[in-house]
Design a protein around this ligand. Structure first.
Ligand SMILES: [Zn+2]
Ligand SMILES: [Zn+2]
Length: 154
């Protein structure tokens, strides 16, 4: 399956969910979703705006932020707080704890789901009397290909 086909399937799944939830995937939201799906790794709001302007010349920052808020609320997009950027989620049908592996060299972001980590985290939070509503763990480091690249240059 090509990347384009994969992205089309992803959008189709997102639109189906929106229909089911009774929320609207407006053209602007759809376009931002599409841009995120075409981008590898995480991307900042202003870089997204630059891309959006190619399709929608009068797009303004609020256009992007409103679309991102919506996509985040629907679980289609995860926000990476440490770099203030956004990444598309490919398994948004259900709420899930997120662990992000963020490459500090190429910016690639991989999402992993370790149930063990989540359970430990929640049970320790409970021991503090804290109710976890949302949990994102961000790990900064080097991805596999950047590690290889580093070895070659040494
Ligand atoms: Zn996700
Ligand atoms: Zn990398």
């Amino acid at each position: 399956m090509t990347k384009k086909q994969r992205n089309q399937q992803l959008i189709a799944r997102a639109e189906k969910l929106c229909l089911h939830r009774g929320v609207r995937m407006t053209p602007a939201r759809r376009e931002v979703f599409n841009l995120l799906s075409e981008h590898d790794g995480a991307i900042g709001a202003y870089d997204l705006l630059d891309k959006l302007k190619k399709e929608v010349p009068n797009a303004k920052p609020p256009t992007i932020y409103r679309a991102l808020d919506f996509l985040q609320a629907q679980g289609f997009v995860h926000k990476i707080s440490s770099s203030n950027s956004y990444v598309l989620c490919s398994h948004f049908e259900k709420q899930h704890p997120v662990q992000m592996l963020i490459c500090r060299s190429c910016g690639n972001v991989q999402e992993i789901h370790s149930d063990g980590v989540h359970e430990q985290f929640v049970s320790q939070a409970q021991a503090q009397g804290f109710l976890v509503e949302q949990q994102t763990v961000e790990a900064l480091g080097l991805c596999e290909s950047c590690q290889k690249g580093n070895q070659l240059s040494h």
